[in-house]
Design a protein around this ligand. Sequence first.
Ligand SMILES: *[C@@H]1O[C@H](CO)[C@@H](O)[C@H](O)[C@H]1NC(C)=O
Ligand SMILES: *[C@@H]1O[C@H](CO)[C@@H](O)[C@H](O)[C@H]1NC(C)=O
Ligand SMILES: *[C@@H]1O[C@H](CO)[C@@H](O)[C@H](O)[C@H]1NC(C)=O
Ligand SMILES: *[C@@H]1O[C@H](CO)[C@@H](O)[C@H](O)[C@H]1NC(C)=O
Ligand SMILES: *[C@@H]1O[C@H](CO)[C@@H](O)[C@H](O)[C@H]1NC(C)=O
Length: 259
Amino acid sequence: MYSIRRNWFLTLDLLLLSLLVTSMQADSSELEKIVLSGSNVTLQISESLPENATSVTWLYTIKQKIVEYEQSRPPKYFDSAFKDRVKLDLQNAALHIYQVRKGDNGTYYLRVIKDEIKQWKISLKVLDPVPTPTINIEKIEESDGNCYLKLSCVVEDPFVDYLWYKDSGPFPMELQRSTLEVTVTPHNQSKSYTCQVSNLLSSKNNTLYFTPPCTLVKESVFLASTSTPYSSTIKHWCLAMRPQLDWTNPTLLHINTTF
Ligand SMILES: *[C@@H]1O[C@H](CO)[C@@H](O)[C@H](O)[C@H]1NC(C)=O
Ligand SMILES: *[C@@H]1O[C@H](CO)[C@@H](O)[C@H](O)[C@H]1NC(C)=O
Ligand SMILES: *[C@@H]1O[C@H](CO)[C@@H](O)[C@H](O)[C@H]1NC(C)=O
Ligand SMILES: *[C@@H]1O[C@H](CO)[C@@H](O)[C@H](O)[C@H]1NC(C)=O
Ligand SMILES: *[C@@H]1O[C@H](CO)[C@@H](O)[C@H](O)[C@H]1NC(C)=O
């Protein structure tokens, strides 16, 4: 009998709580943050908190309490995926999350009780930094000085945008997808084809180099020779340029020729 009564009151209490919380939603703000996994983030509301709040609670979804502060007691960090990675700032109720993970993506609630219950909602989107893409040659065909090219840009992340470039700049919008399919004529040929993949916060690219119209550059490219006066040594500077080698990080070789 006792336990039934108790449950009844508990239910009523919860019902009341949810009614009160719901009624406060209208004047609470909703924010969104987007961060890269591995970074640190601070969840914070812009309004000032009521002074001397009875309790301040951060939740992940409405079910998982992360940390709770009740007046004059140290904050209680709950056993959760966040434990040891979060810190509550008692001045402004900001929640610092360190080493953000993909699983931290979701909706957070800050619930403050003082006479009434106020609740703010912040959604956190966690993105991975995009990986470096690989460019595969699906098809390459030369005829009459024209070149038909089908290149695919491969990256292990389905949520990226693709942008293809040639020497003179990006290809038109309608060609922007993972596979580039173009016919280049002597008028618009290019020495390089770059695929850039990006999400809202990061981007990476890779480039294939061609000798127009259609020959993939496979070997080292001779750049320059230097010699000092009266020296019998000539330095040949070469950039080892292989297909799919990141142009931003080429291998610089020099070969000395001594007479
Ligand atoms: C995250 O915060 C920790 C602790 O303050 C710091 O050591 C680390 O460098 C920060 N990481 C980044 C990516 O800012
Ligand atoms: C908050 O608490 C302090 C110290 O107990 C008190 O001086 C102050 O008046 C309180 N402020 C409000 C708004 O209740
Ligand atoms: C990340 O969280 C937002 C809500 O904050 C949700 O809309 C979105 O679907 C989530 N994304 C993933 C990949 O879970
Ligand atoms: C090159 O120009 C021809 C027309 O001269 C056009 O059909 C083709 O789409 C262009 N290719 C590229 C890669 O811009
Ligand atoms: C490729 O990435 C590098 C740095 O990672 C950047 O400097 C360069 O502008 C990018 N190239 C293109 C065509 O976006």
